[in-house]
Write a protein that binds this ligand. Sequence first.
Ligand code: PMP
Length: 277
Amino acid sequence: MILIDDRIVPEAEASVSYLDRGYVFGDGIYEVIRVYNGRLYEKEAHYDRLVRSAGEIGLSLPYPIETLDRLLQDLLGREAVGDGTVYLQVTRGVAPRTHAFPPAGTKPVLVAYCNELARPLDTIRDGLTAITRPDIRWLRCDIKSLNLLGSVLAKQEAVEQGAGDVILHREGTVTECSASNVMIVKDGVVFTHPADHFILHGITRAVVLRLAAERGIEVREIPYTLDELRQADEAFLTSTTMEVTPIVRIDGSAVGSGRPGPVTRLLQEAFEATIGA
Ligand code: PMP
C-alpha cells in the first residue's frame, strides 16, 4: 500500500504526474524513518527535520504532522512491518515546467511507503571499507532535498571500486558519507563535523552524540581533515538504516587495527539498547 496525499491506496493505483516538480526538478524533500518491531524510531526528530527542510525551501506540508503521524501508523499497521523503513517525500506539486515556484494554491504531493528491512548485522559486526572523494554537492546539505545526484555519483564510485561507502571532503575537510554521517575516534575522543549547512543533521548522529556524552566519552563537533581521518584510531558512520557501522579500511589502508574499535563497540551497544533489540 502507498500513501498518496491523505489516501492509502494499493500500489497499482499509485501514480504521480510527469509534471510533478519532484520528478522534473527534484524540488522536494524526504525522510527515511526506521521501524523497529513495528514502531517508528525517533519519529519526533524525523518530523522536526521534515518540517525544517520544508521551511528552508518554502514548501508547505499538505497537513499537520499529527495527521501525517496517524496516516503513517495506519500504513505501517496495514503492511504489518516488523523491522523496516518508511520512505516519505513531499514535492512542490504539479505545474507546467518553469523554475520559479508554481502559482499559489498548487498542492504539494506527498508519497510514503514502507518496506521490510533487516538490521545490517554483518556490517555492524565486521565494518566496511570506504574510499574518499571530493564533496561535489551543493551548499545546503542540511536540507534533506530530493536532489541526490552528488550522493548518487559518489556512491556509484564506491560500488565500482568495490568499497562499502564513500567519505566526502571539501578541500581536505571531511564532511560526511554519501548517505550517512561519519565520526572518528582519536585518543578516546569522538570527532565529527559540526551540524552546519555542509552536512545533513543526522538523527542517528544526534542519538550517538547523546549516548557518547551520557557515557562520559568526550565529543568534539569540529571539522577535521583527511589526514586526521587517516590517522584515526577508529572510524564509523551513522545512519537510520546503517545504525553505527565501523569503517575498517579507508582508501586501502587499515583504520587503527583494521578491526572495529572499542569506542565504536561501546556506542553500538548503547545504540542497540535504544532500539530495544
Ligand atoms: N548524511 C546524508 C547525506 C544522508 O543522506 C543521511 C541519511 N541517509 C545521513 C547523513 C544520516 O541521517 P540519519 O541518521 O537521519 O539517517
